[in-house]
Ligand binder design. Structure first.
Ligand SMILES: [Zn+2]
Length: 390
């Protein structure tokens, strides 16, 4: 489509364009860190593949973005810590290399000063408690290095928390898991309940003094995957002052896509085998190539096509359940299969346009784009021990 080629910003209303670019836009989850590990990837160049680089973040009006530190849940112990530290270092290096455009943010205040200086705030989130190696000292080390949230699990249980996609092992959180939550509160680090089992989320809500959030999860009522949040948990997270950051992944926003994927149990194996054949063990290429393979399968009619506008249905649902003060954006760019029309960060202004079309007020749209996430981070910081506050 010509209008897309000439830039998404041009194809939206001028009111939406104006509103979007004067708003603070925060995306709380992208997996671009994996790409930074393969030496030649330059965040400063415009890329034809993947979803995130500086030019496309600029085009999409991104003000702050969380780079996930991720390794497979099968990697544990000291090796997990070592690899997490290498990823944190890779993010630090990329930010330093592009200091004209980027700045590492360690607080909500840092996000605001980055914005005032015309830079994009880069923040760190650790995706999976297996990277703690059962050691609160490691958690404090991550906090020192600028990590602002931690997801308690990835797809598998950790040795102290149950994952939504694994068989329950701890009936939610173990006693050590509760210690982790309390220490995160003391450090002013946000507790991320994306990926954790429903019982673990309930345990987190009962244990944490500070509000908690889901950095990249959508609504279970629309798409019944264990990775999405049921209405009662959305309500409970909001009641505690938290936010639900809507994930854009096709398999999490479209029930039709999820069912087709599940019905063809061979699909997942087929996709994985094909991607492995193309990229081997290069994690930086894995998800991006997986997205290519999925798109080929959509073109062949094996999987249904999911449009980006489905994201809006999840925002509507979460707003209906929790209120516009408790919903935001956690795209999962570079770590998932993006719906058609939302291939990369440059497409984000379309969300503002669509929310205006759906009758949202400008104030509510600004909250959803980033205001809620910012307030949430401020509230979490307020629970940090005074000795740890600057
Ligand atoms: Zn994830």
């Amino acid at each position: 489509m010509a209008e897309v080629e000439s830039g998404v910003a041009c194809s939206i209303s001028s009111r939406a364009h104006d509103l979007h670019f004067r708003s603070l836009v925060i995306d709380t989850h992208v997996d671009t860190t994996q790409r930074l590990l393969s030496g030649d990837f330059d965040l400063g160049a415009a890329h034809a593949d993947g979803s995130i680089d500086i030019p496309r973040m600029r085009e999409g009006g991104v003000g702050a973005i969380f780079f996930a530190v991720w390794i497979p849940g099968t990697v544990t112990g000291a090796e997990a810590v070592e690899r997490a530290l290498a990823q944190i270092e890779a993010v630090h290096r990329s930010v330093a290399r592009h200091s004209h455009d980027l700045v590492l943010a360690r607080s909500a205040a840092d996000i605001l000063s980055a914005r005032a200086a015309g830079r994009i705030a880069i923040l760190l989130g650790v995706e999976g408690g297996h990277m703690l190696n059962h050691d609160l000292g490691v958690l404090r080390q991550y906090a020192d290095l600028g990590v602002r949230y931690m997801t308690l699990t990835h797809m598998r249980n950790t040795d102290w928390a149950d994952a939504s996609t694994d068989a329950p092992l701890h009936n939610g959180l173990s006693d050590f898991g509760k210690d982790v939550i309390r220490e995160m509160n003391h450090l002013g680090m946000a507790v991320d309940v994306s990926h954790t089992s429903d019982k673990a989320v309930a345990d987190v809500l009962a244990t944490s003094d500070a509000p908690v959030f889901a950095s990249h999860s959508s609504c279970h009522a629309i798409c019944a995957t264990p990775r999405n949040l049921r209405d009662d948990l959305i309500r409970a997270i909001a009641a505690k002052g938290g936010v639900i950051q809507i994930n854009f992944h096709m398999g999490f926003i479209s029930q039709k896509f999820r069912e087709a994927e599940k019905a063809g149990a061979q699909f997942e194996r087929e996709i994985e085998a094909e991607v492995k054949r193309r990229v081997g063990d290069d994690h930086g290429r894995f998800m991006i190539e997986a997205d290519n393979v999925v798109r080929e399968m959509v073109a062949e009619g094996k999987l249904p096509r999911v449009e980006w506008t489905d994201i809006l249905d999840h925002i509507d649902r979460a707003v209906k359940i929790a209120g516009a003060d408790h919903v935001g954006l956690g795209s999962d760019f570079d770590g998932a299969n993006m719906p058609y029309g939302m291939e990369d960060a440059s497409r984000l202004p379309q969300i503002t346009d669509a929310l205006l079309d759906r009758g949202y007020s400008e104030e509510d749209i600004q909250r959803i784009l980033g205001g809620n996430a910012l307030r949430f981070l401020q509230n979490v910081e307020a629970f940090a021990q005074p000795s740890l506050q600057k």
